[in-house]
Design a protein around this ligand. Structure first.
Ligand SMILES: Cc1cc2nc3c(=O)[nH]c(=O)nc-3n(C[C@H](O)[C@H](O)[C@H](O)COP(=O)(O)OP(=O)(O)OC[C@H]3O[C@@H](n4cnc5c(N)ncnc54)[C@H](O)[C@@H]3O)c2cc1C
Length: 421
């Protein structure tokens, strides 16, 4: 069969890879001149099955109230976005009740754990070159509220197949001595030994290169304008470089998926949540962290990538505005480096590479994978804050569902059908 995968980020590239591995003809299209040039370019770089909970949580309302209106807060709602978010926001809060949250946690964690297994296969094909590290990750808590919440979730995570170790303050610092100088308020945390980290952009580009070398067609610099339809089937993709036909199509265009499928009558309740990241050369300094760290109270993450440190954070509802606001990047860097005073003293601001990108967030905090009401149109989008964590598993699942193979995991909770609920 001839497949066309639309979008060359963390969702599209693994999907295309698995379709090609199943023996199909595959064309991957992206408007950018290189793969992973948008949302998947420079994220927090952590594959964290222990952090797969949806953002819709019972705690979210209190957090929103604390943060609203603060320009330096981890969450920012631009007033111009209110009309775009009003109904969606109410649905988001509806899914933040205890029962849907628990269901979302189970669904996402199942996919994240599966993804770890699939990643072994993909990594064997990409080889090195994306600064992969399998050292686990550390979640650090600086308030009693966050520590209670994190420790309260440990048993559930274990039941869902995630290895997790509870840590007191001393053991947090033993795991990551680089935190010691900025740890006055650290109360404890958890260690996830099976988590990993790596550069998502280099991963996508290496896997894409292998895909192309294996005979798949990768059409970069090709902007999709619309999908053509005949009855219940999509017949072609119309781009600025001509019309492409295929038997089946998979949409993996991240935050742009809703606009693309809306003319076909499909409504995807996905909104863009902007985040900021910075890449900082470490020049081998011993004071740089060795482990990926999630700072639960400060809402920033940091991950070593070879001789660089990636820091990331913020959730900004600003529509599809991709502007890199330097003051927001600086706020993320400042917050992250406050935990690493010894390393911070060695950072040269001129060497910091800023980035901003958009997370495609589904209203219920779970990705959207599989078939649609159109016979030959499939989805892999809506991964929100989890696109790297689930990339391999979601790609495999999307490919299996699109080519009619039985998936290795239960896809319920991820399918388009739930839109009806
Ligand atoms: C600050 C930040 C930190 C993050 N940290 C982590 C983390 O530590 N761990 C984790 O698991 N996840 C993390 N994420 C989430 C993760 O980065 C995203 O979920 C993921 O990148 C989404 O991938 P995607 O392929 O769906 O979207 P994208 O990477 O945006 O890919 C969509 C592609 O579609 C293409 N496209 C769109 N429209 C068209 C069109 N009309 N024509 C042609 N091409 C088109 C785009 O060019 C783009 O390449 C983070 C996100 C942010 C913002």
């Amino acid at each position: 069969m001839r497949f066309m995968v639309l979008g060359g980020g963390l969702a599209g590239v693994p999907t295309a890879w698995y379709l090609h591995q199943s023996g199909h003809e595959v064309t991957l299209i992206d408007r950018a001149p290189a793969l992973a040039a948008e949302g998947s370019h420079a994220n927090g770089a952590i594959l964290h099955a222990g952090n797969a909970e949806p953002w819709n949580s019972p705690a979210v309302v209190g957090q929103l109230l604390r943060w609203i209106g603060r320009e330096d807060s981890p969450l920012l709602l631009r007033p111009g976005q209110l009309p775009n978010l009003a109904f969606w926001g109410l649905r988001f809060l509806w899914h933040s009740r205890a029962a849907p949250y628990r269901f979302g946690l189970e669904v996402n964690t199942r996919l994240a754990v599966y993804s770890r297994q699939c990643m072994e296969e993909l990594a064997a094909n990409t080889g090195d070159g994306w600064d992969r590290a399998q050292r686990g990750s550390l979640k650090v808590c600086r308030s009693q509220r966050s520590l209670d919440e994190v420790l309260g979730g440990v048993e559930t995570l274990r039941e869902l197949g995630v290895a997790v170790e509870e840590l007191d303050r001393t053991r947090v610092l033993a795991h990551e001595p680089a935190l010691a100088d900025g740890a006055d308020d650290v109360l404890g945390g958890v260690y996830f030994p099976e988590d990993q980290s790596g550069d998502p952009c280099q991963f996508c580009r290496r896997l894409g290169a292998r895909l192309e070398a294996g005979g798949a067609q990768v059409e970069l610099g090709t902007s999709i304008q619309r999908l053509e339809r005949d009855g219940a089937r999509v017949t072609a993709v119309v781009t600025d470089r001509g019309r492409f036909t295929a038997d089946r199509f998979v949409i993996a265009t991240g935050v742009d998926a809703p606009q693309l499928v809306a003319p076909l009558g499909l409504r995807l309740p996905i909104r863009a949540v902007k985040g900021y990241a910075a890449t900082i050369p470490t020049h081998g300094h011993a004071d740089a962290p060795r482990l990926p760290v999630i700072d639960d109270d400060r809402k920033v993450v940091m991950a070593p990538l070879g001789n660089r440190l990636r820091v990331a954070g913020m959730a900004e509802f600003a529509g599809h505005d991709r502007t890199i606001h330097r003051h927001r990047v600086d706020a993320v860097v400042r917050t992250a480096l406050a935990a690493l005073p010894a390393f911070a003293g060695r950072v040269d601001d001129a060497e910091i590479e800023p980035w901003a990108c958009l997370r495609p967030l589904m209203v219920d905090g779970r990705p959207l994978i599989g078939s649609t009401p159109l016979e030959n149109l499939y989805l892999n989008t809506g991964a929100g804050h989890l696109g790297w964590t689930i990339a391999a598993g979601a790609g495999r699942l999307a490919a299996d569902l699109a080519c009619g193979q039985s998936p290795e995991i239960d896809p319920s909770g991820l399918l388009y059908e739930r839109q009806a609920n």
